[in-house]
Each structure stands twice: as C-alpha cells, then as structure tokens.
Design a protein. Sequence first.
Length: 336
Amino acid sequence: MGSAGFRQSSHPRLTRHGFACDRITAAPSPAAVPWTVDAIPDQSGRLVLVTGASSGLGLETCRALVARGATVLMACRSRSRGEEARQALLPDLRGGALDLLDLELADLASVRRAAADVADRYGRLDLLINNAGVMAPPRTLSRDGFELQFATNHLGHFVLTLLLLPLLRQSQAGRVVHVTSGAQYFGRIAFDDLQGERRYDRWAAYSQSKLANVMTAVELQQRLQAEGSSLLSLAAHPGLARTNLQPASLALNGSRVEAFAYRLMDPLFQSAAMGALPQLFAATAPEATAAGHYGPDQLGGMRGFPTAVRLAPAAGDPEQRRRLWQLSESLGSVCL
C-alpha cells in the first residue's frame, strides 16, 4: 500500500498521486478502466467501522466490504434500524462478521462511549469510514449545544477519529476515510459565527461542515506524516447519489422550491451503490494515496466512477486547517 508524501514546491498543485502542497489548481483525467467493487482486494481479517451504516452510502459500503471478507461494525443512531440493516446484509457475508455499535454523533458522550466500546470489545481497528451526515435542516442544536450539522458532520467525527487513533495506528494498513460532498466547494469556515448564532443559512452551514471534512482529512494526514505514522487519511465525495438525505431534508423544511429542484435533477442522480464507490476506493484501493480525494469522474463530479478530484481551495490553506483543528480540539475536549 503506497503513500504519497507532501512535497515542497514553488508551484503548489494537486498531482495524480495525492496532496502535494497548499494550493489546488486542477484535477486529473478519469481513469481509463472504471473502478468497481469487483476491484476491492480481499478484506479478510480487517476490522472496519462505518458510521451511518443503516442506509444509503453507509449501507452500500458495508455490503461491499463484508462481501470481501471484512468484519464490519455498523455504527448507527437507531439500534432497531441498524439491526434491520444488519439482517439485510447477512446473506452477503463472506467469512467476516457484522456487529452493531450505538453511536449518536451529535452527542459527544455517545461518541466517547462508542470509542470505548470498540476498544473494549475488539482492541483494534483497521479502517474508519466517517460516512454519517445530516443535510440542511432548520437551525437545531445538538445535545452539547452546537449547530447540528457542524456537530454531526464534523465535530462528532473529529472526536471519534482522535479517540480511535491509538487503535488505528496499530494497524499495518490503517486508513481513515472522511466522506464529504461537492458542497465543500461552496463552503467557508465562519470562524466568527461557527454555530450560526448571528445568521443561519442551512445550506451555508452544510457546506461549512463538508469543507471541514476535507480540511480535517488533509490536516490529519500532515500530522500523521510528521509523526512517522503509516496510517492514511483520505477524503471522498459521492456526487449526486440517491440516499435518504434528500427526502429527510425536504421533510424537515417543506420547501416546494427544493422539491421541484430535486425533481428536475432526478435524472442526474445515481444509485447509492454508485455513490459509495469513491469512499470504497479511498478505503481499499492500493493506489489510493495519502490525503487523496476521490469522487465521480463524469459531469463535473456529479456521477460516474471513482477518480482523483480537486479539493476545495480552502483545504489547501494550512493556516485555516490548523485553526479549525485547534478549535475542534477545544470544542471536543480532545487532542491528538
């Protein structure tokens, strides 16, 4: 499993093989041979944790990994929905196992219990896929008092990742995959109003949380590399994938305009199984690289097969990344 280093250059750029430096200007061409689940290497003996595993991208990610022999911990908010999903995946098992993990990312006490549970029950971890998310609800606060999208999409995953790093570092081929969205390209981190207390725009808050995902992926890789760790941190986005995020968002907001927009865009949406391919590539492909960012290769990243794609420019700003990291450590009461 290769790992691309962070190169110093007077002309920062993103190469085909991962994050090279601080500014991203272009994305490589799509792969000549489409990558599919058939290319996933044997996962026998590997222990995987997938958040948001009961539906959508998370469910399809679990399905593909157990079919290749992995033991998968399905981290879910609802145990009943998680068990229903687990039962549905049992026919796909190929020598591994499926287990449930109670996890509410918007509750940091739950995040800490889940991390402790993994350590107590397994004492190891090879792959963490931070997949769960919420999209564009009305302004809502988490149990800890944070804006819900920031809490769920970013902070909960940030804390979970740092708590599980001691286990991941022990793996000879460990990886952390941060699932983001094309919304990252429209995002900015509102350091002066992170929780949307003065002004809340639900789509801006969603974009902020998705930008935070890729910034964390890159910053974590730099910190791991500085300590000499072989653990890889990568990011992936699904393009336009048909999951429960869209109907859940509409149910919460009741927006007729958004409902009409989704109907117009419906032909562009691909299945959840196709949407899961970039994160599966980041999680398993031998050619996936340190701080690599993967997404669909067609229609400007809206659909297609996995390829390396550009990061949001803000993710290439080391000062913004460090600032977000330090703030997240403080809010989550956790440090690397």
